[in-house]
Ligand binder design. Sequence first.
Ligand code: ZN
Length: 152
Amino acid sequence: MRKLIIERDVEEKILNIQTTHSFKKEIGGILVGTYDAEIRGMRLTDISYPFKGDKQSRFHFYRKSDGHQELMDQLWEKSNHTKAYLGEWHTHDQKVPIPSKTDCDTWKRITKNNNNFDESYFMIIGRTEFIIWATSGSDIVEVYRGNSNGKK
Ligand SMILES: [Zn+2]
């Protein structure tokens, strides 16, 4: 699996979600990034927030809105076609998030249809930790783990 680094700006957004989100309902969006030849790895540069029209419930997040696609299109254009869709993120009402069977099935399905890079990436933000998994074929491997430094 490739090395993944998270831009500071994105990390701040994640920490902000951890401190402000109630976790009563799941929220989520897309992960956007680029391949960084210097580090020979992926750079997570942007995440989208829920848009009006997305469906949120206690245990599920359905990304319905066209807003995510529109944001992706804008980032693609603005970055001279280097930023692309990496995958998805959502929250879990758990300190340390554990993907559900549904999550794993969904990730495998998305990975099959995502041809931007060799791997797709999925993040779950829990109350204290956030974890990113890389997927390739039907393999799911943890590649990044961060925490809110005891802020919560
Ligand atoms: Zn989940």
